[in-house]
Design a protein around this ligand. Structure first.
Ligand SMILES: C[S@@+](CC[C@H](N)C(=O)[O-])C[C@H]1O[C@@H](n2cnc3c(N)ncnc32)[C@H](O)[C@@H]1O
Length: 176
């Protein structure tokens, strides 16, 4: 049985930024549909709810069925899906705290490592996201200074926040 990723610094940092972004957006638009890819423990889903997004407008998935089961128990709409494989529809916000670290011999965990450069899953995510964003929709994505070779394609990035940790800097980008 695969364990659920417990909230770490990256989770708390994304949560902080996501809440601010959602509160700001709620002033501009009444109904906001949000999708989280890789919901894990549900920390971001709780944040999204706390920011005033209606539960019926919060959607999530994880590749780990234990995480899906857990988030469903918390009352969230969650399905098992490899990125957007099973996701239908468009969203105003798509958020992801992805596996972003380059793989090494000590760490090959699916929760944290995104292949050799750290960006393998992120790049697939960015490609697939395009067809799931509403007209003014945006991505709120956490990355690390260790994540190399992110392929932004036509997305424009804006830095929403950064945080220095002991061995890396976390960054949260808005991508449109
Ligand atoms: C770093 S954890 C983040 C968990 C939680 N969102 C948080 O902020 O604490 C990454 C999550 O993404 C999930 N994940 C990894 N690859 C995935 C994929 N291809 N499709 C969907 N979820 C994936 C993992 O199972 C894990 O729950």
């Amino acid at each position: 049985m695969k364990e659920i990723y417990l909230p770490e610094e990256d989770s708390f940092f994304l949560s902080e930024i996501l809440e601010k972004e959602l509160l700001r957006l709620s002033n501009e638009k009444s109904e906001i549909k949000v999708l989280e890819i890789g919901c894990g423990s549900g920390i971001q889903l709780e944040t999204i709810k706390k920011a005033g997004i209606k539960k019926q407008n919060i959607f999530s998935c994880d590749i780990n069925s234990q995480a899906v089961k857990h988030c469903k128990k918390l009352g969230f709409n969650s399905i098992k899906s490899n990125l957007f494989e099973k996701i239908k529809g468009k969203f105003d916000i798509i958020t992801f705290n992805p596996p972003y670290l380059p793989e090494n011999k000590f760490d090959k965990e699916k929760d944290t490592t995104g292949g050799k450069t750290g960006s393998e899953i992120i790049n697939k995510f960015l490609k697939q996201s395009k067809s799931h964003l509403t007209k003014n929709g945006k991505i709120v994505l956490l990355v690390s200074s260790h994540t190399k070779k992110i392929n932004l394609g036509k997305y424009k990035k804006r830095l929403l926040g950064k945080k220095k940790l002991f061995f890396e800097e976390l960054r949260v980008w808005e991508l449109k």
